[in-house]
Every structure is written in structure tokens, then in C-alpha cells.
Design a protein around this ligand. Structure first.
Ligand SMILES: [Zn+2]
Length: 196
């Protein structure tokens, strides 16, 4: 990932806006400890939201067909998620489990992680993130089934509003045989470790 160019008009405007926010909360943006804060915030934004500059369908283009006819479930568990909610622009963090049942073609496991990363590094709601990952895999690989399950803690729930610091949210999006075949679904949830 490239460092952002802080000398462009857009970057300067963004840094000015951070100074405005600092004033808004009652701070003095010119005091020593805050002088570099606008630049740091803009750099952090660049890191948190690089997903807008990447195509989530691109990593799924390179597939392999020489898998000796393997057509059973492939599950990638515990992919770390660091995203930001689009309502408050604060983090939500957790884990994604991505599973699919190949239909003649498989994709490198790191590519699945890449797809999760690209969608995560945008402003999100967890439900949308879950569906976007599942739909991208479904549309490109055309597998027999796709399942994406995300468990996450939302910081906006921890420190504001309802103040539920321990609450986790689980979302799932299923396609194909995970929807139509109870045995596939059972195998999936057993492998993930959530019972039947
Ligand atoms: Zn929120």
C-alpha cells in the first residue's frame, strides 16, 4: 500500500477538516501535541479505506481446475476482520469464515482472504459485508455452494448508545447447496464449531 500524498489539494482539505473537528470538540488544533494529528488521521484513513481503490472480483479470476475432482467443502476459518461501520465511522472487528463447494474450479486461499480484506476496508454494515463477500465468490467461481459467516464486535455499541461491550453480532449469507442441503449446512457448522 502506498503512502498518501499529503500535498494534494484533497489531502490538504481533509487535514483542514480534521482541524475543524478538533476545534469542534473543544481542542486547540495549534497546540504541540495535536500539530501532526491531521496528517496522522489522513494517513490512517488511507489505511482503513484502501478497499475503495481495489477490485474485489480481480483476485477471484485466477482459478485452478487440476484438483483431482475435489468437490467437497473448502472452509477458511477465522479470517480477521477490521472494518468500520458506515453509521459512525468507528471500528468493528471480528472473524469471518468463508466456505465453498467447488464446481470444477478452486481458487487460492489467500485470494479469499484478499476479497474479505477489500470489502472490509470500506465503510460497511456487517450484513452488507457478509453478502458482498458471498456474492462475489458465487458470481465468479459459480460453485455448488458458498457460505460466509461473520462474527464481530462493534465499537459503536461498546462506548456509545447501549454500551454493550461484550455483545457480538453474527451474520451469515448462504448460497446454493448450503441453502438447499441440510447435510452440507450441518457439515459447515460442525466444522466451524457451532454445532448443527
Ligand atoms: Zn456504528
Amino acid at each position: 500500500m502506498q503512502e498518501p500524498d499529503l500535498t494534494t489539494p484533497d489531502s490538504k482539505k481533509a487535514m483542514d477538516n480534521v482541524r475543524s473537528l478538533l476545534s469542534f470538540i473543544g481542542e486547540d488544533p495549534t497546540r504541540e501535541g495535536l500539530l501532526d494529528t491531521p496528517a496522522r488521521v489522513v494517513k490512517a484513513m488511507h489505511e482503513h479505506f484502501w478497499g475503495y481503490g481495489a477490485d474485489p472480483y480481480e483476485p477471484l479470476q485466477r482459478t485452478f481446475s487440476e484438483v483431482e475432482g475435489y468437490d467437497e467443502l473448502v472452509l477458511l476459518k477465522d479470517i480477521e476482520i477490521h472494518s468500520h461501520c458506515e453509521h459512525h465511522m468507528v471500528p468493528f472487528v471480528g472473524k469471518a469464515h468463508v466456505a465453498y463447494i467447488p464446481n470444477g474450479r478452486v481458487v487460492g486461499l489467500s485470494k479469499l482472504v484478499r476479497v474479505v480484506d477489500i470489502f472490509s476496508k470500506r465503510l460497511q454494515v456487517q450484513e452488507k459485508l457478509t453478502a458482498q463477500i458471498a456474492n462475489a465468490i458465487n458470481e465468479t467461481l459459480r460453485p455448488h455452494g458458498v457460505a460466509v459467516i461473520i462474527q464481530a464486535r462493534h465499537f459503536c455499541m461498546c462506548y456509545r448508545g447501549v454500551r454493550q461491550s461484550g455483545a457480538t453480532t453474527t451474520t451469515s449469507k448462504l448460497h446454493g447447496s448450503f441453502l438447499t442441503n441440510p447435510a452440507s449446512r450441518m457439515e459447515l457448522f460442525t466444522l466451524i464449531g457451532q454445532g448443527g
